[in-house]
Write a protein of this length. Sequence first.
Length: 258
Amino acid sequence: MEIRPYRDEDLPAVVELWRVAFPDGPPWNEPAADIARKLEVQREFFVGATDGGEIVGTAVAGYDGHRGWVYYVAVDPGHRRRGIGAALMRRVERDLAGVGCPKLNLQVRGANRDAVRFYESLGYVAEDRVSMGRRLEEPKIPERSHGGPARSTGIHERIHRIVRLIPSGRVATYGQIAAFAGGCTPRMVGYAMASIPPGSDVPWHRVINSKGTISLRSGSDGHEVQRGMLASEGVAFDERGRVDLERFAWSGPGLKQG
């Protein structure tokens, strides 16, 4: 795992990460727009965590000459509980201390007890303050589609349409779906699967990794649920928990299944 400054080519991955990490964010906090604003002001305090070259975490900080602030501390759900969030915070603290910042502040929603415990474990304490704010511009709320959260692109919808085509008894890998969809990465396919709400008709369980195994989800039994759903459709696993891709892999949209 490496923590490095944000790069322009990180934009699609960071946008998708923030959509997954902050699903209930207000509509005017459009990730792409927030990133563009940050790149104009103290860009050096925008950092990302990478694993195998792919973005798995972010932190956005700033210093106004009196106090430092940190926002958008996010970690990919599949990489949580590995110390990435703590490492991002240590990097932010080091960078701000390096320019003379004496104190770092942050805000956490009162109901987000997991986040509160996380920051308390790093030495942060709740202070007797009232958080107040006033908008200096009218919020620009992006158009919503299908009553769901706004998106800067239709990549999730495109991925979902393709996944709907996978027939029962077949599987596809994240890489395959990315190739069929175009303009995205396997990790972005993973984010699109994670964004599917309960009760959806998108068969998310039919998407597995390139090793033929189900990707483990930290702190969740989702992989067991996924395995059970696939088994009920006739997909077999070997003793190592692998699916024979030569036997069960989907050929793709519009192609004859062997």
